[in-house]
Design a protein around this ligand. Sequence first.
Ligand code: G16
Ligand code: MG
Length: 223
Amino acid sequence: LLKGFVFDLDGIITDTAKYHYAAWKRVAQDELGITINPAVNEHLKGVSRMDSLNVILKFGHKENAYTDTEKAEFASEKNDLYKSLIQQMTPDDILPGIADFLKAITAKGYPMALASASRNAPFIIDRLQLAEYFSAIVDPATLTKGKPDPEIFERAADLIHLPYAETVGIEDAVAGIEGIQAAGMFAVGVGSPDVLGKADLLFPDTAHLNLAQIETAFNAARK
Ligand code: G16
Ligand code: MG
């Protein structure tokens, strides 16, 4: 029986990727002399702050150019820039259909937890005025592994006491879909079939997310 939901943030609830990208682009250019592009940005999605920096350094062939202390400073500078950009977020930044989708889930009594790799997730959920919908938000600082490891999704379900087999996870990234499935959960993808073909159920965009369809597909899969 379907008991509840775990949600990704970036790409599902709101598009923080554009702000992460703007902040990394500046730091990469000014501090590292590396010019990143949208293709590199695809590899930063869902990836932790330090792992994102490592992706950029590798792209610029500078993976061994800096000490851990210097790297921590670059990451912190990026986060300061990022934080200044997300100050302006409002409920208008909620992706299409998400507000109604969260309302429908709540109306049916399913609990929800947030499984975002972002340490800024509680601030963003607050800015979007969505805090009332989430019974728990995973603190990524307490995790040992990033997506595609299932840890973040398992932690989210644990926080709201959901058995994994009765939990639905919602994600827009391949690594996220893999993590949800590795946790034994039902994976709902938002995106294109060529990228997220492995998902148990796929919607082309957030506006198409439909609770009744998810319930039907979940019940058919668990029979
Ligand atoms: C998000 C973004 C990533 C970002 C990560 C950590 O993941 O997609 O690009 O690097 O959070 O964010 P912060 O630097 O704010 O801790 P998710 O899991 O919400 O898709
Ligand atoms: Mg995402």
